[in-house]
Design a protein around this ligand. Structure first.
Ligand SMILES: [Zn+2]
Length: 113
């Protein structure tokens, strides 16, 4: 995927994870992730609880390693790279936040899942 696409993808993850975590969990902490994709570095500031932080770390890893030049939605991917347990958690989270953040925006931006 392009660098621009990569940026949209991880910002979407951030938005969805933070929405879910703030509604459901406590004890969020600010963390900073250094991402790197195709020789470009990105800084991602997050405010999540420890569990969500670990889960987004996993999702970001999957995103970084996505082998598709044109990234399909994970839901329709031929070769899903998520482990079933993690996938269940992330799919639930994305669905929850997707509904609450407004479905119209999702049609445009919600390309990951
Ligand atoms: Zn959380």
């Amino acid at each position: 995927m392009t660098q621009e696409k990569y940026q949209i993808e991880f910002q979407t993850l951030k938005k969805f994870f933070e929405k879910f975590c703030q509604d459901k969990h406590n004890n969020q902490q600010k963390t900073t992730k250094n991402l790197s994709y195709k020789d470009t570095e990105y800084i991602l500031n997050l405010k999540l609880c420890q569990d969500c932080d670990e889960l987004i770390e996993y999702s970001l890893d999957r995103l970084n390693q996505c082998p598709h030049e044109t990234k399909p939605r994970c839901r329709t991917c031929d070769e899903p790279c998520y482990k079933p347990d993690q996938w269940k958690k992330v799919a639930k989270l994305m669905r929850y936040s997707g509904i609450r953040l407004g479905l119209i925006k999702i049609k445009k931006r919600f390309k990951i899942f």
